[in-house]
Design a protein around this ligand. Sequence first.
Ligand code: ACO
Length: 329
Amino acid sequence: MTLRPVRIAGTGSYLPEKVLTNQELEKLVETSDEWIRSRTGIRERRIAAEGEFTSDLATKAARNALEQAGIEPSEIELIIVATITPDTLTPATACYVQEKLGADRAVAFDISAACSGFLYAMEMARSLIAAGGIQNALIVGAEKLSAFVNWSDRNTCVLFGDGAGAAVLVPSENGGGRILASHLGTDGRQTELLNIPGGGSCCPITIDNAEENLATLAMQGREVFKHAVNAMRRASEHAIESAGLSAEDIDLVIPHQANLRIIDAIVDRLEVSKDKVFINLEKYGNTSAAAVAIALDEANREGKIKSGDHILLVAFGAGLTWASAAIKW
Ligand code: ACO
């Protein structure tokens, strides 16, 4: 079977209006702007309004991506939403997005791969389009992490933010821009390092444990940090090599936006120059599945990616999961 090349026809993003600064967090927990900036690089993050859900953020980002791609919602055949903060456990957030967009033809489902979710979604959609099963797909990374953060835990509450990013994938008819290679990985032996322990079937929230904040993010930060650096370096090398490229060929690296020190460590190991790395985490913090998608859209709209450029997307998250994609724009 001949596989069709697949390209990104449009990107979009949406960030909620409300800004939460490090200084404001100083009033909530025992922390300081200096600690947060020096340990993570984050200055502020966005917080969704009450009544504004993950599907709302996703829908707004999706509309921007569809507009740029010149595709109507009614033409979309597949919607995948990557999220760990769904509107409801079931149905999938993608179903709400389908309804809000009016994308009646689309098959819609979610995937849960934490911060790697957008790149997992990209590979699922790419494979289906490449095999000829569908003509287009809308992929979205969207999170309302503020609803799943323990606002009295300084180890985690300073790190996360809300937002959404999206992309539209179509066959690359002229054989120019295309997704060249991707690499996905999982290590299920490390589920304890980063999770939301309560609210699922193994630990429902009951009147007896309601005070324990079990439906919020828990993380062993130092351990996650080490795994993140190693896994993202290996995933990057894998995608670059599978694409038949070398590190010097990469014009822009768009890494998961969790921590500036993690990004610096990967860039050093990959021997890519720092001016080729796109960073926006100072404005948004870690938006999990949305982070790479938002960064891709900002880089695209700021004119940082030109036709023919080689870009590398790489992410890492709970699971543990990791993912990368090498793309010719
Ligand atoms: N303000 C002040 N002090 C703090 C804060 C804070 N907000 N948070 C922690 N500290 C303290 C700790 O209590 C600790 O104090 P102690 O030494 O007295 O015990 C000290 O600072 C150092 O803590 P560390 O955990 O060693 O700090 P580290 O340098 O590792 O930075 C961080 C912590 C930022 C969490 C880092 O480990 C990290 O970024 N980890 C990776 C996170 C990540 O990549 N996640 C990706 C996936 S997210 C997802 O999938 C949803």
